[in-house]
Design a protein around this ligand. Structure first.
Ligand code: SF4
Ligand code: SF4
Length: 389
């Protein structure tokens, strides 16, 4: 069969003003997208894990609250994943002294695991693992369905309001980072080893157990806003997500649009929970991208969107001279993205490997559990309200 060598076009700049009527061949995706099913499964597993940790922690606190009247369960160290400030403090302490503190060490290991996942896979932590993100997503799906049933459209904030609101979470993060960075190592150790530091997790639980009118009103307002506005908490207020976003800027893997395969249908932009204009970008560099892959799931064109390393630049592939434009286009885009794209199952597997590797290292080095005698907890836990910083 006669062949010719076709140089591939570069994908570094987007063609300007391409419309759906442009003459690029449309090659429909041949495999059904299962990324969202997999992502939701991972989210549910992680939510269930956190619920189990929460119940176990509650029973542990109750044992001390009742002075041993209720059954004893051991304290689940994983609950320290909910102590990001303690994680930051421990991380700074470790970087300065090269020692792991005895109080809430798991908080640091979990924080570093999630930071590493952001470094490799953008903010995949937010869209695949975070239980708050999962609840927020469930609320907006519920709200969207309800609004559509009423014949209404979900609320989309104007750009002029959206961007300043997004910066709120970075301001919150800057405040926490400033507090931690400005404390000397000795001060951090003193803080963590004080009664308030030791039972910071109990204080957090008590906040929810003894929530007053103000707390309930704030929670209900957040839930209502999450029903009406996509991803409200994550996009505007979560400092943890802001930290993951900043680290994610260094990630080599990004959502990348192939302008040669894209048919400019704009479905990706509509699907994006972060309201990113995916259809107008070649590479999604935004700190707001959570690697949810919803844009790819919505895309009808083969290879038009990839969660990938940068594509191959102008490789040469042999093509039959009588190949149709569609066959040529497909062969070229396959060549550009071969061994560059990350499949959803790879994302799930990498997240699991990072998570379990850090837990294993912490356990094997005996830095997973906070080692405080039960006699100390018995003095502190029932009197938690008395300890403030
Ligand atoms: S760009 Fe794609 S992966 Fe990133 S947040 Fe938007 S839909 Fe999710
Ligand atoms: S969904 Fe986005 S990337 Fe896919 S074809 Fe449409 S505009 Fe292009």
């Amino acid at each position: 069969m006669p062949t010719e060598t076709v140089p591939l076009p570069t994908t570094q700049t987007a063609p300007s003003n391409q419309t759906a009527s442009s003459k690029k061949p449309f090659i429909r995706r041949h495999l059904q997208d299962r990324s969202q099913r997999l992502r939701h499964t991972v989210q549910i597993v992680f939510l269930a894990l956190n619920a189990w940790l929460g119940v176990q922690f509650y029973l542990w606190v109750r044992y001390f609250d009742t002075y041993g009247e209720s059954p004893y369960v051991s304290r689940p160290a994983g609950v320290e994943g909910w102590l990001p400030i303690a994680g930051l403090m421990n991380l700074k302490y470790f970087l300065v002294t090269h020692h792991v503190t005895a109080i809430h060490p798991a908080a640091m290991f979990l924080l570093v695991a999630f930071l590493l996942s952001s470094l490799l896979l953008k903010k995949a932590f937010c869209a695949w693992l975070c239980p708050v993100g999962t609840i927020s997503e469930a609320l907006w799906n519920l709200g969207e369905r309800g609004l559509r049933r009423m014949g209404l459209r979900p609320l989309i904030l104007p750009r002029g309001l959206d961007i300043p609101l997004r910066s709120l979470k970075y301001l919150l993060l800057a405040f926490f980072v400033y507090v931690v960075v400005s404390m000397p190592a000795a001060g951090l150790e003193q803080f963590l080893e004080a009664p308030f530091g030791i039972i910071a997790d109990v204080k957090m639980l008590n906040f929810f157990r003894e929530m007053g009118v103000v707390g309930i009103s704030v929670l209900l307002t957040l839930a209502l806003l999450s029903l009406l506005i996509k991803n409200f908490w994550c996009r505007f207020l979560c400092p943890y997500g802001a930290l993951m976003g900043i680290v994610s800027a260094l990630s080599p893997v990004k959502i990348r649009r192939d302008p040669e395969a894209c048919i400019d249908c704009n479905r990706c932009s509509h699907a994006c929970p972060s309201n990113l204009p995916v259809a107008q970008l070649v590479t999604v560099r935004s700190l707001e991208c959570s690697s949810c892959l919803s844009c790819i799931a919505a895309c009808p064109a083969e290879n038009a969107l990839n969660y990938a390393l940068p594509p191959r630049r102008a490789p040469q592939i042999p093509l039959a001279t009588d190949a149709s434009p569609a066959a040529r286009s497909l062969a070229l885009s396959n060549a550009r993205w071969r061994l560059r794209s990350l499949q959803p199952r790879t994302v799930a597997a990498l997240l699991a490997v990072i998570f379990f590797a850090f837990v294993a290292v912490a356990r094997l080095t005996h830095h997973w559990r906070t080692e405080i005698p039960n006699s100390v907890y018995q003095q502190l836990v029932p009197n938690a309200d008395q300890f403030n910083h």
